[in-house]
Every structure is written in structure tokens, then in C-alpha cells.
Write a protein that binds this ligand. Structure first.
Ligand code: KG4
Ligand code: ZN
Length: 334
């Protein structure tokens, strides 16, 4: 019998993405049309512009994906789409496209949580060992998710203010980098020999929550003070100080949670999982403490549709299909 093929769509933010995934593990094709160039002139994602761009490209990208795989809708077993969280206008374009495909081809529909997608991006790389812990770090999320068995998510820690990626982008902006600035700060930080000392928010003992707004404010204050005094700030030392503060807390809390939960594996997921400093620090700590770590390749860290296809396969296996009337939900919980 042939494998299960899922055509997956992701349009939660500023990437129009379509992929075809076999059995939740093998990516046949994964296409991403990024709108970053369009949004860059505004210094961030403009929701209305994002929706229009999704409308312009979604049909073409679906066709391209099928052509590239040399397949038609008849070769698919299901259509999957990100239901939320994300920008409502952007989510709507993906879900309407998915519903139209499912209806016209008589295929079942699978609604996927964006973060479940980021988590299951790891399944495209290697088998997972449960119970596991996922550290999800992206532009909109910073969460520690305990997963006892496939598809059972429990958020044990989350940011109380800024998401990590958001803090990166704001610091990058203050340093004069274009949106999205995370990768620029990362590059600058790994080059520096100097470290500007900056605060770390550990919160109450035992808490797995995070807070990055104080750190971000400390960076902005340091830049302002220097400007007022007419002094120069070493941007690389600042980037490294910021990055080390972020990484210290992320790594330490993840390791504590792994131990407390007896997790067999730690997954690093989301756009900020592309961060070199974080990947290196987490790998070193896991190696030292004998914790198996899974980190997706860079292309699967930032938003893509292959990860949505991987997460959808879990629901395919349990027959958890969505109704044609399902609603895109900007604040969907995991
Ligand atoms: O997962 P993602 O593509 O979109 C969301 O779901 O939010 O994450 C995008 C975020 C942006 O904030 C971007 O600056 C950040 O991931 N990012 C990075 C790096 N690469 C992407 N942050 C730090 N270092 C990086 N290398
Ligand atoms: Zn994302």
C-alpha cells in the first residue's frame, strides 16, 4: 500500500508556504514564498499587506508544489492547513484555500496548530522519544512544552511579555538592522570577544516562565545613555551580552524541566532555533548532561509548510479531521 500523502498549507504570518509530506516524515516538496522584502520597508509585518500577498501567491504555489512533485490532487490523501495562532487575515487565506481544495477533490481536511507544526518539524529529521520536552522559540512564541505522548501538549512555561524573536528584532532595530533582525544580532554576537553585562530574568524559583522585556529595555537604555554622553557603544559586545543573557535563561530552564519531567529528548523548535549561539550552547549542555537533543535544519526552523504536514500526520493517524466550517483562530491554544 502506498504512503499517506498530505498537501499542507501555512499562511499564519508573512510566509506563503505549501508542502507535500509522506507519512509525516518525508518531504517530497516544500515551497516558501517569503514576503520579507515587502514588509522590510515598514520595519515589521503589516497584517493587511500580508493577507493581500497571500492571496496573490497561494494558488500559484499550490500548483507549483504539485507540478514539482509530478502529482495531482488525486495523489493526495488529505489537505492540511494552519488554523492558528497567527494573523487572522493571513490565516483565512490559507484555510479558505485548503477548504476549497478539500471540497473540490473530496479529500479530508486537517487543521493544525502552528506550534504543533514547529514541534513536529523535528519528526521530519528523526524519530522522537517520548516523553519529550520542546523549547519553542519564535517571533510570536516562547514556550516550554511537555509532550507525554504524540499530540498531547502541555505548556509548562511561557513568556510573560516579549517572545524571544520579538526581543531579538527590537534590539536589532535599535542597532540599525533591517527586519527581521534576529539573524543579524546572532552573527554580530558570535564575532565579538567583548561581552556587555546585561540582566537575566530568572523569575520566581521553580518557575519555567520567561521574561525578555526587561533585558530589551536594558539594551535600549544602554544605547540611550551612551548617546546622551556622546560615547560609543560596541554593537558586537552589546549583541553578545544580549544573546548570552537570552541563551543562559533558555538553556538553564530547559535543562531543569528535562530533569524534572524525566524527558527522554529535548526538541528545539521555531524561528529562533536557527540561532547559532543557542544551538551551540544547548548542544554543549545536552552533551555534558547526556540529554538527547533534536534540532531541525535551518530551513525547517523558520515558518514552512512541511512542518504542518508532519504535525497533520498525527491527526491523520487518529482520524482527527476538521469540518469544512472550521474557523481560523488567531489566538488558538495548543
Ligand atoms: O518561527 P518564525 O519563522 O515565525 C514565527 O512563527 O514567529 O520565527 C521568526 C523569528 C523572527 O523574530 C526572527 O528574527 C527570528 O525568528 N530568528 C532569529 C534567527 N533566525 C530567525 N533570531 C535569532 N537568531 C537567528 N539566527
Ligand atoms: Zn512560526
Amino acid at each position: 500500500d502506498r504512503p499517506c500523502r498530505i498537501l499542507a498549507i501555512e499562511t499564519s504570518c508573512d510566509e506563503t508556504a505549501v508542502a507535500i509530506v509522506e507519512d509525516g516524515t518525508k518531504v517530497l516538496v516544500s515551497l516558501i514564498s517569503s514576503q520579507i522584502e515587502t514588509h522590510r520597508q515598514f520595519g515589521g509585518v503589516v497584517p493587511e499587506v500580508a493577507s493581500r500577498k497571500h492571496v496573490e501567491s497561494i494558488t500559484r504555489i499550490i500548483e507549483d508544489a504539485l507540478n514539482e512533485a509530478d502529482m495531482t490532487l488525486r495523489d493526495m490523501d488529505a489537505i492540511a492547513v494552519t488554523q492558528g495562532p497567527g494573523l487572522i487575515g493571513a490565516l483565512l487565506i490559507g484555510s479558505v484555500a485548503a477548504k476549497a481544495l478539500a471540497l473540490s477533490a473530496g479529500l479530508p481536511l486537517i487543521a493544525v496548530h502552528h506550534i504543533a507544526g514547529h514541534i513536529y518539524a523535528n519528526r521530519l529529521v528523526q524519530p522522537l522519544a517520548y516523553p519529550l520536552l520542546a523549547l519553542v522559540v519564535s517571533g510570536g512564541h516562547t514556550e516550554l512544552v511537555s509532550i507525554e505522548r504524540p499530540g498531547r501538549f502541555e505548556i509548562i512555561g511561557r513568556t510573560r511579555d516579549d517572545a524571544v524573536g520579538e526581543a531579538y528584532d527590537k534590539v536589532a532595530r535599535a542597532l540599525g538592522f533591517p527586519y527581521p533582525g534576529g539573524p543579524h544580532v546572532d552573527r554580530l554576537a558570535v564575532e565579538s570577544a567583548q561581552v556587555m553585562p546585561l540582566p537575566r530574568a530568572w523569575l520566581e524559583p521553580g518557575s519555567y516562565d520567561f521574561s525578555f522585556s526587561g533585558l530589551k529595555s536594558a539594551v535600549l537604555a544602554a544605547l540611550n545613555t551612551a548617546k546622551m554622553k556622546g560615547e560609543a557603544v560596541d554593537p558586537a559586545a552589546l549583541a553578545r551580552g544580549f544573546q548570552e543573557s537570552v541563551i543562559d535563561v533558555l538553556v538553564e530552564k530547559s535543562m531543569r524541566a528535562v530533569k524534572a519531567l524525566g524527558a527522554k529528548q529535548l526538541l528545539l523548535c521555531g524561528g529562533v532555533a536557527a540561532n547559532k549561539g543557542l544551538r551551540t550552547a544547548l548542544a554543549a549542555r545536552c552533551e555534558a548532561e547526556g540529554v538527547p537533543l533534536a534540532v531541525p535544519p535551518l530551513a525547517l526552523c523558520t515558518d514552512n509548510a512541511a512542518m504542518i504536514g508532519a504535525a497533520a500526520y498525527l491527526k491523520w493517524q487518529t482520524g482527527e479531521f476538521a469540518d469544512l466550517n472550521f474557523k481560523a483562530e488567531p489566538g488558538l491554544s495548543l
